[in-house]
Write a protein that binds this ligand. Structure first.
Ligand SMILES: Cc1cc2nc3c(=O)[nH]c(=O)nc-3n(C[C@H](O)[C@H](O)[C@H](O)COP(=O)(O)OP(=O)(O)OC[C@H]3O[C@@H](n4cnc5c(N)ncnc54)[C@H](O)[C@@H]3O)c2cc1C
Length: 389
């Protein structure tokens, strides 16, 4: 039987969207390249995802937050930003925001596993795993998707959640702008002698940036961004050499450090689709906007975007209307873009500022950090964003 809705991509955005629409009588088919076993037991991929309070609320609403093992959810109490080799820091404190923690860290594979567990027992969702899409054909009142198995499905709406390099986006003719930073993020977990005090630090150094995201008191998730060739070299260093290198880059603030996970390298390419709607199609997650990870907004925007689209679909459904009209999809696209665009442009500007190392820019970097520390309004905007969205 044909579904009402087809989702392509069973990553954290596609799975969350399927759950958002479960239980209302919509028949949903989710197409995913990976096999069931991999979705059920996704391997650790080095990504510890910083989630805002808004994302926690969305995941709670889907029954996912409660499924996350308690000892795998880590609080980010405070945050600070450092520039160059100076110990001076721009501070964001949880007390100022009136909360116990500014945000939470959960490993990507733990989120994916919890989402898959919930989706796999949802009757409304049919999983087509080990499948890719070989063609997409939008018509007046429906869209036909053919899978590599040769089977075709017709639905009222197609939702692309198939990563920042979305092939569905391309197939339906939605253009996207890529920004290749020529850099890569190396991510891993490390233990350390000194307590991290639950503080997330972003150190914009010269030549690299190093983020320390607190897990337990004496272990942290480390994100290093460097030119791509250096990321490869760092990932090939012996564990001892690498641990010494990173400890030195952090001026031994965490004492001696030890690598406790594999190292993973992600090329840094940001992508923004020109529109998030197309004929009978909507883009969510990284397929709509793939962010540079420095501001940790990627999945947070993925969650808020899928919620926005789900609400529009649910309203249409309750009113007995078509769930794939151009008006509904355009409204979703415009609303989500209003949130996404300032984040996307702001993040890229920040990256440009903190990867440019001529003298005037170095002076500007320092001046901005000091100014922000003395302007409570700026700090308030950032903490509000973490706490209320
Ligand atoms: C180093 C790093 C750190 C990050 N840190 C943070 C953070 O702290 N906070 C935060 O909010 N975000 C963070 N992010 C971003 C976050 O990881 C992404 O935004 C999120 O994973 C996107 O989810 P998605 O489901 O849209 O896409 P993906 O995770 O890319 O999943 C896409 C899915 O689609 C499937 N697929 C692809 N093509 C097809 C096809 N043709 N047919 C069928 N299936 C297909 C893939 O197999 C995959 O399962 C980080 C990213 C990186 C790289």
């Amino acid at each position: 039987m044909n579904p009402d809705l087809i989702i392509v991509g069973g990553g954290p955005a596609g799975l969350a969207f399927a759950l958002s629409l479960a239980g209302v009588g919509l028949r949903i088919t989710l197409i995913e390249t990976h096999p069931d076993e991999e979705l059920a037991n996704p391997p650790f991929d080095g990504r510890d995802i910083a989630l805002t309070h808004g994302s926690k609320r969305i995941l709670s609403g889907l029954g996912i937050w409660e499924r996350l093992p308690h000892d795998q959810v880590f609080a980010i109490r405070d945050a600070r930003v450092l520039d160059g080799h100076s110990p001076y820091a721009l501070e964001f404190r949880h007390q100022e925001a009136g909360v116990d923690a500014l945000g939470f860290l959960v490993s990507n594979h733990i989120i994916r596993r919890a989402l898959y567990e919930a989706v796999s027992v949802t009757e409304d969702v049919t999983l087509q795993t080990n499948q890719t899409v070989s063609s997409v054909y939008p018509e007046q009142g429906s869209v036909t998707v053919t899978m590599c198995s040769g089977e075709s499905l017709k639905a009222s709406l197609l939702v692309a959640a198939d990563s920042r390099f979305s092939s569905v986006r391309r197939r339906v003719g939605i253009a996207a702008r890529n920004r290749d930073f020529g850099r890569a993020a190396l991510v891993c977990r490390m233990s350390h002698q000194q307590d991290n005090s639950g503080i997330a630090s972003e150190c914009f150094q010269y030549g690299q940036t190093v983020a320390v995201l607190p897990l337990t008191n004496q272990s942290s998730s480390i994100v290093i961004t460097v030119p791509t060739d250096r990321a490869q070299a760092l990932s090939e260093m012996t564990a001892n050499d690498f641990s010494e290198w990173i400890s030195a880059k952090l001026d031994s603030r965490l004492g001696s450090m030890d690598l406790i996970s594999e190292r993973f390298v992600y090329p840094l390419i940001a992508v923004l689709a020109d529109r998030f709607d197309g004929p009978r199609t909507a883009l969510i997650g990284d397929a709509a906007v793939g962010m540079h990870p420095v501001t940790a907004h990627g999945y947070n925007l993925g969650l808020s975007g899928q919620q926005l689209l789900a609400q529009a679909v649910l309203t249409a459904r309750h009113q007995g209307q078509d769930i794939g009209t151009p008006k509904l999809l355009q409204q979703y696209s415009q609303r989500h873009r209003r949130v996404v665009l300032p984040m996307y442009l702001g993040t890229n500007t920040l990256v440009d500022l903190y990867t440019t190392e001529n003298l005037p820019t170095k002076i500007l970097r320092k001046a901005l950090l000091h100014a922000a520390n003395h302007l409570p309004l700026i700090r308030r905007v950032v903490t509000d964003r973490l706490v209320s969205h």
